[in-house]
Ligand binder design. Structure first.
Ligand SMILES: Cc1cc2nc3c(=O)[nH]c(=O)nc-3n(C[C@H](O)[C@H](O)[C@H](O)COP(=O)(O)O)c2cc1C
Length: 428
Protein backbone atom coordinates (compact mmCIF):
# COMPACT_ATOMS: atom_id res chain seq x y z
CA UNK A 1 0.00 0.00 0.00
CA UNK A 2 1.34 3.43 -0.83
CA UNK A 3 2.33 5.64 2.08
CA UNK A 4 0.09 8.35 0.64
CA UNK A 5 -2.82 6.83 2.56
CA UNK A 6 -1.13 7.78 5.84
CA UNK A 7 -2.67 10.71 7.72
CA UNK A 8 -0.81 13.92 8.43
CA UNK A 9 -2.13 17.10 9.97
CA UNK A 10 -2.10 19.28 6.88
CA UNK A 11 -2.83 16.67 4.27
CA UNK A 12 -1.81 18.70 1.23
CA UNK A 13 1.23 20.33 2.84
CA UNK A 14 4.18 20.79 0.50
CA UNK A 15 6.54 21.11 3.45
CA UNK A 16 5.92 17.38 4.00
CA UNK A 17 6.44 16.54 0.34
CA UNK A 18 7.23 12.91 -0.34
CA UNK A 19 10.50 11.86 -1.92
CA UNK A 20 8.51 10.90 -5.02
CA UNK A 21 6.97 14.36 -5.28
CA UNK A 22 10.33 16.05 -4.91
CA UNK A 23 11.86 13.77 -7.53
CA UNK A 24 9.04 14.60 -9.95
CA UNK A 25 9.54 18.34 -9.45
CA UNK A 26 13.31 18.14 -9.95
CA UNK A 27 12.76 16.81 -13.48
CA UNK A 28 10.26 19.56 -14.37
CA UNK A 29 11.82 22.65 -15.88
CA UNK A 30 8.84 24.23 -17.65
CA UNK A 31 5.05 24.20 -17.36
CA UNK A 32 4.74 21.90 -20.36
CA UNK A 33 6.88 19.27 -18.60
CA UNK A 34 3.99 18.66 -16.19
CA UNK A 35 1.82 17.38 -19.01
CA UNK A 36 4.09 14.44 -19.85
CA UNK A 37 4.10 13.35 -16.23
CA UNK A 38 0.33 13.75 -15.93
CA UNK A 39 -0.33 11.75 -19.10
CA UNK A 40 1.39 8.75 -17.52
CA UNK A 41 -0.07 9.29 -14.05
CA UNK A 42 -3.76 9.77 -14.87
CA UNK A 43 -6.36 7.33 -16.21
CA UNK A 44 -6.92 8.07 -19.89
CA UNK A 45 -10.47 9.50 -19.54
CA UNK A 46 -9.35 11.96 -16.87
CA UNK A 47 -6.25 13.04 -18.76
CA UNK A 48 -8.41 13.47 -21.88
CA UNK A 49 -10.89 15.64 -19.98
CA UNK A 50 -8.14 18.00 -18.82
CA UNK A 51 -6.02 18.14 -21.96
CA UNK A 52 -8.83 18.13 -24.48
CA UNK A 53 -10.62 20.95 -26.19
CA UNK A 54 -13.53 20.83 -28.60
CA UNK A 55 -14.24 19.47 -32.09
CA UNK A 56 -11.19 20.10 -34.32
CA UNK A 57 -9.05 21.95 -31.75
CA UNK A 58 -9.05 25.12 -33.88
CA UNK A 59 -9.30 27.40 -30.84
CA UNK A 60 -6.78 25.37 -28.87
CA UNK A 61 -4.09 25.69 -31.55
CA UNK A 62 -5.15 29.26 -32.36
CA UNK A 63 -4.52 30.28 -28.77
CA UNK A 64 -0.86 29.26 -28.94
CA UNK A 65 -0.41 30.58 -32.48
CA UNK A 66 -1.45 34.07 -31.42
CA UNK A 67 1.45 34.27 -28.95
CA UNK A 68 3.89 33.06 -31.62
CA UNK A 69 2.86 35.91 -33.91
CA UNK A 70 4.25 38.53 -31.54
CA UNK A 71 7.95 39.28 -31.11
CA UNK A 72 9.73 41.31 -28.44
CA UNK A 73 11.63 44.59 -28.79
CA UNK A 74 14.15 44.28 -25.96
CA UNK A 75 15.96 47.38 -24.69
CA UNK A 76 19.48 47.02 -23.35
CA UNK A 77 21.80 48.48 -20.70
CA UNK A 78 19.01 49.79 -18.47
CA UNK A 79 20.30 48.41 -15.11
CA UNK A 80 17.75 45.74 -14.30
CA UNK A 81 19.48 44.49 -11.14
CA UNK A 82 16.47 45.44 -8.97
CA UNK A 83 13.25 43.96 -10.35
CA UNK A 84 9.75 43.28 -9.09
CA UNK A 85 7.00 41.12 -10.57
CA UNK A 86 4.39 42.47 -8.14
CA UNK A 87 1.01 43.82 -9.22
CA UNK A 88 -1.99 45.37 -7.53
CA UNK A 89 -5.50 44.27 -8.44
CA UNK A 90 -8.79 45.25 -6.79
CA UNK A 91 -6.86 46.76 -3.88
CA UNK A 92 -4.65 43.73 -3.11
CA UNK A 93 -0.99 43.17 -3.90
CA UNK A 94 0.17 39.95 -5.54
CA UNK A 95 3.69 38.65 -6.09
CA UNK A 96 3.20 38.04 -9.80
CA UNK A 97 0.70 38.88 -12.58
CA UNK A 98 -0.34 35.22 -12.78
CA UNK A 99 -3.12 33.14 -11.29
CA UNK A 100 -4.74 29.72 -11.41
CA UNK A 101 -7.81 29.55 -13.67
CA UNK A 102 -10.95 27.81 -12.37
CA UNK A 103 -11.04 24.13 -13.32
CA UNK A 104 -13.91 21.79 -12.61
CA UNK A 105 -13.50 18.33 -11.11
CA UNK A 106 -9.92 19.13 -9.97
CA UNK A 107 -10.32 16.83 -6.96
CA UNK A 108 -10.63 13.86 -9.31
CA UNK A 109 -7.21 14.38 -10.89
CA UNK A 110 -5.44 15.36 -7.64
CA UNK A 111 -6.21 14.43 -4.06
CA UNK A 112 -8.08 17.46 -2.61
CA UNK A 113 -7.19 19.21 -5.88
CA UNK A 114 -9.07 22.47 -5.27
CA UNK A 115 -7.48 22.89 -1.85
CA UNK A 116 -4.06 22.02 -3.27
CA UNK A 117 -4.33 24.71 -5.96
CA UNK A 118 -5.78 27.40 -3.71
CA UNK A 119 -3.33 26.77 -0.88
CA UNK A 120 -0.26 26.80 -3.13
CA UNK A 121 -1.45 30.02 -4.78
CA UNK A 122 -2.04 31.68 -1.44
CA UNK A 123 1.36 30.58 -0.09
CA UNK A 124 3.02 32.01 -3.23
CA UNK A 125 1.05 35.26 -3.04
CA UNK A 126 -0.72 34.80 -6.36
CA UNK A 127 -4.36 34.53 -7.39
CA UNK A 128 -6.48 31.39 -7.62
CA UNK A 129 -10.07 31.00 -8.78
CA UNK A 130 -12.06 28.03 -7.52
CA UNK A 131 -14.44 26.43 -10.03
CA UNK A 132 -18.15 26.12 -9.35
CA UNK A 133 -18.01 22.64 -10.91
CA UNK A 134 -15.87 21.38 -8.05
CA UNK A 135 -16.02 18.33 -5.83
CA UNK A 136 -14.90 19.99 -2.59
CA UNK A 137 -17.08 22.34 -0.59
CA UNK A 138 -16.32 26.01 -1.21
CA UNK A 139 -16.29 26.55 2.56
CA UNK A 140 -13.43 24.03 2.96
CA UNK A 141 -11.30 25.87 0.39
CA UNK A 142 -12.03 29.29 1.89
CA UNK A 143 -11.00 27.97 5.32
CA UNK A 144 -7.43 27.31 4.11
CA UNK A 145 -7.15 30.02 1.42
CA UNK A 146 -9.49 32.91 2.29
CA UNK A 147 -8.45 35.13 -0.62
CA UNK A 148 -9.53 32.63 -3.26
CA UNK A 149 -11.95 33.92 -5.90
CA UNK A 150 -15.03 31.82 -6.65
CA UNK A 151 -16.29 31.12 -10.18
CA UNK A 152 -19.95 30.32 -10.64
CA UNK A 153 -21.83 28.79 -13.50
CA UNK A 154 -25.25 30.30 -13.03
CA UNK A 155 -28.07 27.95 -12.13
CA UNK A 156 -30.95 28.51 -14.56
CA UNK A 157 -33.46 29.62 -11.97
CA UNK A 158 -33.25 33.09 -10.28
CA UNK A 159 -34.23 31.68 -6.88
CA UNK A 160 -31.35 29.22 -7.10
CA UNK A 161 -28.98 31.98 -8.26
CA UNK A 162 -29.88 34.03 -5.17
CA UNK A 163 -29.42 31.03 -2.86
CA UNK A 164 -26.00 30.34 -4.38
CA UNK A 165 -24.97 33.99 -4.00
CA UNK A 166 -25.99 33.95 -0.34
CA UNK A 167 -23.93 30.83 0.27
CA UNK A 168 -20.89 32.25 -1.57
CA UNK A 169 -21.07 35.46 0.46
CA UNK A 170 -21.46 33.54 3.73
CA UNK A 171 -18.34 31.52 2.82
CA UNK A 172 -16.35 34.77 2.82
CA UNK A 173 -15.76 35.11 -0.92
CA UNK A 174 -14.95 38.70 -1.92
CA UNK A 175 -14.53 38.22 -5.67
CA UNK A 176 -17.17 36.41 -7.69
CA UNK A 177 -16.39 35.35 -11.24
CA UNK A 178 -19.32 34.52 -13.51
CA UNK A 179 -18.45 32.39 -16.54
CA UNK A 180 -20.62 33.35 -19.50
CA UNK A 181 -19.29 31.31 -22.42
CA UNK A 182 -21.28 28.14 -21.70
CA UNK A 183 -24.87 28.75 -22.85
CA UNK A 184 -25.00 25.08 -23.90
CA UNK A 185 -22.73 22.08 -23.38
CA UNK A 186 -19.69 22.03 -25.67
CA UNK A 187 -19.19 19.32 -28.29
CA UNK A 188 -16.26 17.57 -26.60
CA UNK A 189 -15.94 14.54 -28.87
CA UNK A 190 -12.56 13.73 -27.40
CA UNK A 191 -14.19 13.15 -24.00
CA UNK A 192 -16.61 10.65 -25.48
CA UNK A 193 -13.85 8.85 -27.38
CA UNK A 194 -11.76 8.57 -24.23
CA UNK A 195 -14.69 7.36 -22.09
CA UNK A 196 -15.06 10.51 -20.01
CA UNK A 197 -18.43 11.78 -18.85
CA UNK A 198 -19.54 13.83 -15.85
CA UNK A 199 -20.61 12.01 -13.77
CA UNK A 200 -18.33 9.11 -14.72
CA UNK A 201 -20.25 5.97 -15.63
CA UNK A 202 -18.89 2.86 -13.85
CA UNK A 203 -17.64 0.34 -16.42
CA UNK A 204 -15.08 -2.43 -16.86
CA UNK A 205 -13.04 -0.04 -19.02
CA UNK A 206 -13.01 2.59 -16.29
CA UNK A 207 -12.04 0.00 -13.66
CA UNK A 208 -9.18 -1.16 -15.90
CA UNK A 209 -7.96 2.42 -16.27
CA UNK A 210 -7.88 2.68 -12.47
CA UNK A 211 -6.03 -0.60 -12.00
CA UNK A 212 -3.42 0.34 -14.60
CA UNK A 213 -2.77 3.70 -12.90
CA UNK A 214 -2.19 2.50 -9.31
CA UNK A 215 -0.57 5.65 -7.95
CA UNK A 216 -3.63 7.67 -8.97
CA UNK A 217 -6.04 4.91 -7.88
CA UNK A 218 -4.59 4.65 -4.38
CA UNK A 219 -3.19 8.14 -3.85
CA UNK A 220 -6.14 10.09 -5.23
CA UNK A 221 -9.29 8.06 -5.75
CA UNK A 222 -9.26 5.48 -2.93
CA UNK A 223 -7.73 7.97 -0.52
CA UNK A 224 -10.59 10.36 -1.28
CA UNK A 225 -13.21 7.63 -0.89
CA UNK A 226 -11.76 6.44 2.42
CA UNK A 227 -11.36 9.85 3.99
CA UNK A 228 -14.17 11.90 2.48
CA UNK A 229 -16.61 9.49 0.85
CA UNK A 230 -17.83 9.60 -2.73
CA UNK A 231 -17.18 13.09 -4.18
CA UNK A 232 -20.20 15.09 -5.26
CA UNK A 233 -20.58 18.32 -7.25
CA UNK A 234 -20.61 20.59 -4.20
CA UNK A 235 -20.85 24.15 -5.49
CA UNK A 236 -23.04 24.32 -8.58
CA UNK A 237 -25.95 25.28 -6.34
CA UNK A 238 -26.53 26.28 -2.75
CA UNK A 239 -27.08 22.58 -2.07
CA UNK A 240 -24.99 19.49 -2.82
CA UNK A 241 -25.29 18.07 -6.36
CA UNK A 242 -24.75 14.72 -8.10
CA UNK A 243 -22.00 12.22 -7.21
CA UNK A 244 -19.01 12.05 -9.57
CA UNK A 245 -19.46 8.31 -10.16
CA UNK A 246 -22.96 7.34 -11.14
CA UNK A 247 -24.67 5.00 -13.58
CA UNK A 248 -27.00 7.89 -14.41
CA UNK A 249 -24.84 10.02 -16.72
CA UNK A 250 -27.14 13.03 -16.60
CA UNK A 251 -25.41 15.75 -14.64
CA UNK A 252 -27.79 17.90 -12.65
CA UNK A 253 -26.93 21.00 -14.62
CA UNK A 254 -29.93 23.14 -15.37
CA UNK A 255 -30.26 24.63 -18.84
CA UNK A 256 -28.43 27.94 -19.11
CA UNK A 257 -29.33 28.83 -22.68
CA UNK A 258 -31.97 31.35 -21.54
CA UNK A 259 -29.55 33.35 -19.38
CA UNK A 260 -29.15 37.00 -20.39
CA UNK A 261 -27.53 40.24 -19.23
CA UNK A 262 -30.60 40.87 -17.07
CA UNK A 263 -29.39 38.01 -14.85
CA UNK A 264 -26.04 39.81 -14.44
CA UNK A 265 -27.92 43.01 -13.57
CA UNK A 266 -29.85 41.13 -10.87
CA UNK A 267 -26.63 39.63 -9.49
CA UNK A 268 -25.02 43.07 -9.45
CA UNK A 269 -27.90 44.42 -7.35
CA UNK A 270 -27.42 41.63 -4.79
CA UNK A 271 -23.63 41.02 -4.81
CA UNK A 272 -21.70 43.67 -2.88
CA UNK A 273 -18.24 42.22 -3.55
CA UNK A 274 -16.11 42.42 -6.69
CA UNK A 275 -17.81 41.05 -9.80
CA UNK A 276 -15.75 39.66 -12.69
CA UNK A 277 -17.17 38.36 -15.97
CA UNK A 278 -15.18 35.51 -17.56
CA UNK A 279 -15.49 34.49 -21.20
CA UNK A 280 -15.86 37.82 -22.99
CA UNK A 281 -14.24 37.98 -26.44
CA UNK A 282 -15.62 41.14 -28.05
CA UNK A 283 -15.44 44.86 -27.36
CA UNK A 284 -19.24 45.00 -27.70
CA UNK A 285 -19.77 42.56 -24.83
CA UNK A 286 -17.05 44.25 -22.76
CA UNK A 287 -18.99 47.53 -22.96
CA UNK A 288 -22.25 45.79 -22.05
CA UNK A 289 -20.57 44.04 -19.11
CA UNK A 290 -19.28 47.37 -17.87
CA UNK A 291 -22.75 48.91 -18.17
CA UNK A 292 -24.12 46.04 -16.08
CA UNK A 293 -21.70 46.79 -13.27
CA UNK A 294 -18.83 44.37 -13.88
CA UNK A 295 -15.69 45.35 -11.97
CA UNK A 296 -13.39 43.36 -14.22
CA UNK A 297 -13.27 41.03 -17.22
CA UNK A 298 -11.43 37.85 -18.08
CA UNK A 299 -10.93 37.63 -21.83
CA UNK A 300 -11.06 33.89 -22.43
CA UNK A 301 -12.20 31.23 -24.88
CA UNK A 302 -12.18 28.68 -22.05
CA UNK A 303 -8.85 27.27 -23.21
CA UNK A 304 -10.46 26.35 -26.55
CA UNK A 305 -13.04 24.14 -24.83
CA UNK A 306 -16.31 25.81 -25.87
CA UNK A 307 -16.85 27.27 -29.37
CA UNK A 308 -14.29 25.86 -31.77
CA UNK A 309 -12.85 28.64 -33.89
CA UNK A 310 -13.59 31.32 -31.29
CA UNK A 311 -11.01 34.09 -31.59
CA UNK A 312 -7.85 33.69 -29.53
CA UNK A 313 -8.18 35.89 -26.43
CA UNK A 314 -4.80 37.49 -27.12
CA UNK A 315 -6.07 38.77 -30.49
CA UNK A 316 -9.31 40.05 -28.93
CA UNK A 317 -7.51 41.78 -26.07
CA UNK A 318 -6.40 45.12 -27.62
CA UNK A 319 -9.89 46.07 -28.84
CA UNK A 320 -11.41 45.15 -25.47
CA UNK A 321 -8.83 47.15 -23.51
CA UNK A 322 -9.53 50.15 -25.78
CA UNK A 323 -13.29 49.75 -25.34
CA UNK A 324 -13.29 49.67 -21.51
CA UNK A 325 -10.14 51.56 -20.46
CA UNK A 326 -11.31 51.95 -16.84
CA UNK A 327 -11.91 48.21 -16.25
CA UNK A 328 -9.16 45.79 -15.21
CA UNK A 329 -9.00 43.34 -18.10
CA UNK A 330 -7.44 39.91 -17.48
CA UNK A 331 -6.82 37.05 -19.89
CA UNK A 332 -6.44 33.30 -20.05
CA UNK A 333 -6.12 30.54 -22.70
CA UNK A 334 -2.77 29.28 -23.92
CA UNK A 335 -0.39 30.96 -21.45
CA UNK A 336 2.54 28.61 -20.87
CA UNK A 337 5.63 30.82 -20.55
CA UNK A 338 6.76 34.01 -18.90
CA UNK A 339 7.09 35.42 -22.40
CA UNK A 340 3.37 34.72 -23.00
CA UNK A 341 2.52 36.54 -19.77
CA UNK A 342 4.50 39.60 -20.85
CA UNK A 343 2.98 39.64 -24.35
CA UNK A 344 -0.51 39.69 -22.82
CA UNK A 345 0.49 42.43 -20.38
CA UNK A 346 2.03 44.45 -23.24
CA UNK A 347 -1.37 44.35 -24.97
CA UNK A 348 -3.10 45.66 -21.86
CA UNK A 349 -3.94 42.67 -19.62
CA UNK A 350 -3.57 43.43 -15.91
CA UNK A 351 -2.92 39.80 -15.06
CA UNK A 352 -3.28 36.37 -16.66
CA UNK A 353 -4.55 32.98 -15.61
CA UNK A 354 -3.24 29.54 -16.48
CA UNK A 355 -5.37 26.39 -16.51
CA UNK A 356 -4.20 22.93 -17.54
CA UNK A 357 -0.55 23.05 -16.34
CA UNK A 358 -1.63 23.77 -12.76
CA UNK A 359 -4.10 20.90 -12.90
CA UNK A 360 -1.32 18.54 -14.04
CA UNK A 361 1.02 19.94 -11.38
CA UNK A 362 -1.52 19.20 -8.63
CA UNK A 363 -2.11 15.70 -10.04
CA UNK A 364 1.53 14.64 -10.17
CA UNK A 365 2.99 16.47 -7.18
CA UNK A 366 0.21 18.02 -5.07
CA UNK A 367 0.88 21.38 -3.41
CA UNK A 368 4.62 21.01 -4.03
CA UNK A 369 3.93 20.64 -7.74
CA UNK A 370 1.64 23.68 -7.91
CA UNK A 371 4.14 25.74 -5.90
CA UNK A 372 6.87 24.62 -8.31
CA UNK A 373 4.73 25.53 -11.32
CA UNK A 374 3.99 29.00 -9.93
CA UNK A 375 7.66 29.60 -9.16
CA UNK A 376 8.76 28.42 -12.62
CA UNK A 377 6.39 30.89 -14.27
CA UNK A 378 7.18 33.75 -11.88
CA UNK A 379 10.91 33.26 -12.39
CA UNK A 380 10.43 33.28 -16.16
CA UNK A 381 8.49 36.54 -15.91
CA UNK A 382 11.25 38.11 -13.82
CA UNK A 383 14.00 36.90 -16.16
CA UNK A 384 12.11 38.04 -19.26
CA UNK A 385 11.50 41.46 -17.69
CA UNK A 386 15.26 41.80 -17.35
CA UNK A 387 15.79 40.69 -20.95
CA UNK A 388 13.34 43.39 -22.04
CA UNK A 389 15.31 45.98 -20.08
CA UNK A 390 12.45 46.53 -17.58
CA UNK A 391 12.33 46.57 -13.79
CA UNK A 392 8.62 46.34 -13.02
CA UNK A 393 5.35 45.10 -14.44
CA UNK A 394 4.16 48.72 -14.66
CA UNK A 395 6.85 49.35 -17.28
CA UNK A 396 5.49 46.67 -19.65
CA UNK A 397 3.86 48.46 -22.59
CA UNK A 398 3.00 48.05 -26.28
CA UNK A 399 6.51 49.36 -27.02
CA UNK A 400 7.84 45.95 -25.86
CA UNK A 401 6.34 44.05 -28.77
CA UNK A 402 5.86 44.03 -32.52
CA UNK A 403 4.39 41.63 -35.02
CA UNK A 404 6.72 38.65 -35.50
CA UNK A 405 6.37 39.02 -39.27
CA UNK A 406 7.07 42.74 -39.32
CA UNK A 407 10.52 43.23 -40.85
CA UNK A 408 10.66 46.99 -40.21
CA UNK A 409 12.73 47.38 -43.36
CA UNK A 410 14.23 50.82 -43.81
CA UNK A 411 16.14 52.15 -46.82
CA UNK A 412 19.75 50.93 -46.67
CA UNK A 413 21.83 53.20 -44.49
CA UNK A 414 18.87 55.14 -43.09
CA UNK A 415 19.10 55.74 -39.38
CA UNK A 416 22.63 54.30 -39.09
CA UNK A 417 24.68 56.42 -36.73
CA UNK A 418 28.32 56.53 -37.94
CA UNK A 419 30.98 55.48 -35.45
CA UNK A 420 33.41 58.20 -34.37
CA UNK A 421 36.20 58.53 -36.95
CA UNK A 422 34.60 55.84 -39.09
CA UNK A 423 35.06 57.99 -42.19
CA UNK A 424 38.84 58.15 -41.63
CA UNK A 425 39.26 54.38 -41.15
CA UNK A 426 41.62 52.85 -43.65
CA UNK A 427 40.15 49.97 -45.58
CA UNK A 428 42.19 46.76 -45.83
C1 LIG B 1 -9.97 20.63 -16.86
C2 LIG B 1 -10.55 22.00 -17.05
C3 LIG B 1 -11.70 22.34 -16.39
C4 LIG B 1 -12.22 23.63 -16.53
N1 LIG B 1 -13.33 23.97 -15.79
C5 LIG B 1 -13.74 25.26 -15.82
C6 LIG B 1 -14.77 25.67 -14.95
O1 LIG B 1 -15.29 24.90 -14.16
N2 LIG B 1 -15.17 26.97 -15.02
C7 LIG B 1 -14.59 27.87 -15.89
O2 LIG B 1 -14.98 29.04 -15.91
N3 LIG B 1 -13.61 27.49 -16.71
C8 LIG B 1 -13.15 26.22 -16.69
N4 LIG B 1 -12.11 25.84 -17.47
C9 LIG B 1 -11.44 26.85 -18.32
C10 LIG B 1 -10.30 27.52 -17.53
O3 LIG B 1 -10.81 28.31 -16.49
C11 LIG B 1 -9.45 28.42 -18.44
O4 LIG B 1 -10.30 29.31 -19.13
C12 LIG B 1 -8.60 27.64 -19.43
O5 LIG B 1 -8.15 26.43 -18.88
C13 LIG B 1 -7.41 28.47 -19.84
O6 LIG B 1 -6.68 27.84 -20.84
P1 LIG B 1 -5.33 27.00 -20.60
O7 LIG B 1 -5.73 25.70 -20.02
O8 LIG B 1 -4.81 26.90 -21.98
O9 LIG B 1 -4.44 27.79 -19.70
C14 LIG B 1 -11.59 24.56 -17.37
C15 LIG B 1 -10.43 24.19 -18.05
C16 LIG B 1 -9.90 22.93 -17.88
C17 LIG B 1 -8.62 22.58 -18.60
Amino acid sequence: MYSVLATNTRETDHRNASAHTQRVCRSILSLDDFENQARRHLPRPIYAYISGAVEDNASLTGNRQAFAELAFRPRVLTNVSQRSTEIELFGRRYNAPIGIAPMGISALSAYRGDIVQAQAAQDAGVLAIMSGSSLIRLEDVMAVAPHTWFQAYLPGDPVEIDALLDRVEAAGVRTLVITVDTPVAANRENNLRAGFSAPLRPSIGLAWEGITHPRWLVGTFLRTLLRHGMPHFENSYAKRGAPILSPNVLRDFSDRSHLAWSHIAAIRRRWTGTLVIKGVLTAEDAIIAQRHGADGLIVSNHGGRQLDGAVAPLRALPAIVRAVPQLPVMLDSGIRRGTDVLKALALGARCVFVGRPFNYAAAVASTTGVAHAIELLRTEVSRDLAMLGLRSIAEVSPACIQSATDWQLAPLGAGVVPLPNSSTETKP
